[in-house]
Design a protein around this ligand. Sequence first.
Ligand SMILES: C[S@@+](CC[C@H](N)C(=O)[O-])C[C@H]1O[C@@H](n2cnc3c(N)ncnc32)[C@H](O)[C@@H]1O
Length: 212
Amino acid sequence: MSSPAPDDPLAKLQAFWNSRYAGDEFVYGTEPNDFVVRSLARIAEGARVLCLADGEGRNSVWLARQGCRVTAVDVAAEGVAKARRLAHASGVEVETHVADVTRFDMGHDAWDAIVSIFLHLPAKARRALHRRAIEALAPGGVFVYEAYGPQQPRFGTGGPPEAHLLHPLGDVVADFDGCAIEHRHEGVRAVHEGRLHRGDGYVVQVIARKRG
Ligand SMILES: C[S@@+](CC[C@H](N)C(=O)[O-])C[C@H]1O[C@@H](n2cnc3c(N)ncnc32)[C@H](O)[C@@H]1O
């Protein structure tokens, strides 16, 4: 990935996340996200899985430990470096890329599952990413999404404070028009993930399957 100018929005995004991930602590922990664990039953054995905005690698590494063939993408080089270390320490392989997911070429019919956990994009970018992700999924492939919803700032337990990054369930479901929606949910759940996701939070969850 080429280096953008310091005032470029992408450079600012990278600086924010790289500074968050600097240091040895895994700020979202090393255990997988609960919703990813619950969703494994919907992902075929040996599946090709793409983890979007995978951060420090807790989800990609856990999926690789379950036998999936995993590729992880994140914009923050510091996070990706930690993901590589976690994979090595766990004895699994994860292909990693430092890239902006809104520009990353996901290919066509290339993945059995795409996983997006706590990636908070503006609405237009979110929708465009999800429409491209449908193209990138193989027929019968599944998209697994969890993010904080619009009510989350009241809880103050993690996630961005900016309202334009927090999307209602209906908007996310609409992104997957044409897919089978296997799971849709919004509500409060306990999220305990490292130091930065601490306590009851308002989450939006979607599992969408590309029709075969
Ligand atoms: C709250 S963290 C979640 C990380 C990981 N999914 C997890 O559950 O542990 C959000 C992640 O989104 C990444 N991110 C934000 N915008 C991105 C973009 N446009 N392209 C790639 N990664 C992005 C950040 O670098 C960060 O790692």
